[in-house]
Design a binder for this molecule. Structure first.
Ligand code: 2P0
Length: 339
């Protein structure tokens, strides 16, 4: 009988967005992406796993509800972890034959563009890696669950390399800097809606790859340079540069969504109002104090420095009187704390 392994994994919010795959089965992206991994105090996934000889079949419970284990992504993750364990000879043959039970929950809305699948699969794969005593890097296995999940395997600032190999062996996440590198950096999540998105990221990306001319331009002429520049800005703790690239990349990603046919619309009027307010605030401040970024949903993630948090929270309260932004401020997360 195995012990029950429980791990917590954080969400990550991209500043250079992943949108578009070169291989749908192996989940290989068309472009590199960069993200910050947030502290688990406001948004995280929690997963418990256990393997026992008496279990008749593999089972998974998500937020308390039994789901099918026979999703290809789930199967791929379990198969690859077991293959690694077999290669590393980290557990016995018998143990590898036992069925596994998984219980997972999020403390934030699922599928509302808040990186729930990233935290969920990072958590699942990390828990399975502990269960099967796998020691090597598991970001490429988390990637098989959900592309962006590979970035949640590390803390601080993370780059997911698109790679060029057809087997995905070089499509892995690496840490750019840990969370101690820029302690003043904070993230503020503004929840503008928690309903399930109309078009999943997987489908939205597929439509973009098939139909968007702008996506081709973005991948060839914009992302490579932006990736290098934002990494430099992170290393030099140049907030203004970091913020400008973050906002431009969010805007271009949503422009690609609108350039898709049929278009995918993730931002709402509230999202656009947030973007407008941040630009006005930066203009009045005389320098860039806050960056917004929007994923495949209406919610905003604001990146800002700690010294500006009180004023920005007052501003948000003023514009959106019913909001409670205080409980959505967080710093970045270390890998050690996360995993
Ligand atoms: C990102 N997003 O870089 C981008 C920005 C959403 C907008 O990664 O098909 O859930 O499972 O690989 O990882 C969302 O895509 O999609 C995403 P799959 P995933 O964070």
């Amino acid at each position: 009988m195995s012990e029950i392994i429980t791990v917590i994994a954080p969400v990550n919010i991209a500043v250079i967005k992943y949108w578009g795959k070169r291989d749908e089965d192996l989940i290989l992206p068309l472009n590199d992406s960069v993200s910050a991994t947030l502290d688990t105090n406001i948004m995280c996934a929690k997963t418990s796993v256990c393997a026992r000889p008496e279990f008749k079949e593999d089972g998974i419970w998500l937020n308390g509800k039994k789901e099918s284990f026979y999703s290809p992504r789930l199967q791929n993750c379990l198969r690859e972890i077991k293959a690694r364990a077999a290669a590393e000879k980290s557990v016995t043959e018998d143990f590898l034959q036992w069925k596994v039970h998984v219980c997972s929950e999020n403390n934030f809305p699922t599928a509302a563009g808040l990186a729930s699948s990233a935290a969920g699969y990072a958590c699942l794969v990390t828990a399975l890696a502990k269960l099967y005593k796998v020691k090597s890097d598991v970001s490429s296995i988390a990637r098989l669950g959900s592309g962006s999940a590979c970035r949640s395997v590390y803390g601080g600032f993370v780059r997911w390399h698109a790679g060029t190999n057809t087997d995905g062996s070089d499509s892995v996440a690496t840490q750019i800097a840990d969370q101690t590198h820029w302690p003043e950096m904070q993230a503020l999540i503004l929840v503008a809606g928690d309903t399930k998105k109309k078009t999943s990221s997987t489908v939205g990306m597929r439509i973009a790859v098939e139909t968007s001319e702008l996506l081709k331009h973005r991948i060839k002429y914009c992302v490579p340079q932006r990736t290098e520049e934002i990494i430099q800005a992170i290393k030099e703790r140049d907030f203004s540069k970091f913020a400008e690239i973050t906002m431009k990349d969010s805007n271009q990603f949503h422009a690609v969504c609108l350039d898709s046919y049929p278009p995918c619309v993730y931002m709402t009027d509230v999202s656009h109002l947030v973007s407008y307010v941040i630009h006005k605030y930066n203009e009045i401040s005389g320098s860039i104090k806050v960056a917004y970024t929007f994923d495949a949903g209406p919610n905003a993630c604001l990146y800002l420095l700690e010294k500006d948090v009180p004023q920005v929270i007052s501003l948000i309260r003023h514009i959106f009187p019913s909001s409670n932004p205080d409980k959505f401020v967080t710093g970045l997360q270390s890998k050690e704390e996360a995993l």
